[in-house]
Design a protein around this ligand. Structure first.
Ligand code: SAM
Length: 230
């Protein structure tokens, strides 16, 4: 996707939700951040610039090389690194054996996984998230929200047709909100969820916190707001 110039999400813009997060009280102190599916590293560099120690992982070697270059250009390579790795198996990856993170950020990685991948992802989060740690997760969802039924955009239809013709693996269907909650809700508490739409498709920002201390309010949904991915 990156080499072919098809990574339409790769705008270099840090999502406003991530900016808001960095300005929030609970992330005020410097912490260890893991950016899952970091792409070319815009959010990772932003958070490193706010004093956090950031590791980005991505399956795409091209994205990781571009992220490293962004980190060097920003003069933040001492606080920020990018690693080519599969987010669903970091808990079995020697390089992450002793790593624990105060914040995991995922803008668009989890929602592309199939059911088995999502279960492994949950195990990875359970293993690498520090006590009291937070997970900020942005995902496209299956049509579970009150969004109008949206036609599949022609670009996506064309891309899927091309993948089929080339015999490639089609992207996994997006998870339903209930599936996200069942994947992660057994060990994380949902602090908030902001549903929205992204080009007519349902999406949501989920803020989870490790719930080993049962000190969080009951799950609560925020009022649906405007879509805001980019
Ligand atoms: C929609 S893009 C978003 C990239 C970046 N977070 C951003 O906001 O620009 C999703 C990214 O997740 C990566 N990805 C997908 N599956 C992954 C996996 N299992 N492990 C690590 N990265 C993955 C893709 O290569 C891609 O860079």
């Amino acid at each position: 996707m990156y080499l072919a110039g098809l990574a339409r999400w790769d705008t270099g813009v840090v999502p406003p939700e991530v900016v808001r997060l960095a300005e929030g009280d609970w992330l005020a102190r410097a912490g260890r951040v893991l950016d899952l599916g970091c792409g070319t590293g815009a959010s990772a560099v932003f958070l490193a610039g706010r004093g956090h120690d950031v590791t980005g992982v991505d399956l795409s070697g091209v994205a990781v090389r571009r992220a490293r270059s962004r980190m060097r250009r920003a003069g933040l390579a001492h606080r920020c690194r990018a690693v080519t790795a599969d987010a669903t198996s970091l808990h079995r990856d020697e390089r992450f054996r002793d790593s624990r993170y105060d914040l995991m950020l995922d803008v668009g990685c989890y929602h592309g996984l199939g059911q088995a991948g999502r279960q492994q992802y949950a195990q990875m989060v359970a293993r690498l998230l520090a006590p009291d740690g937070h997970l900020l997760l942005y995902a496209h969802l299956d049509g579970a929200l009150a969004a109008p039924e949206a036609p599949v955009p022609w670009r996506r239809r064309a891309l899927l047709a091309l993948i089929r013709r080339l015999g490639g693996r089609e992207p996994a269907p997006r998870p339903r909100r209930e599936a996200v909650e069942s994947d992660l809700g057994s060990f994380l508490a949902l602090v908030s969820c902001e549903p929205g739409t992204d080009r007519g498709r349902p999406s949501a920002w989920f803020h989870w916190q490790r719930s080993d201390r049962a000190s969080l309010p009951a799950n609560r949904w925020l009022v649906p707001g405007p879509a805001s991915r980019s």
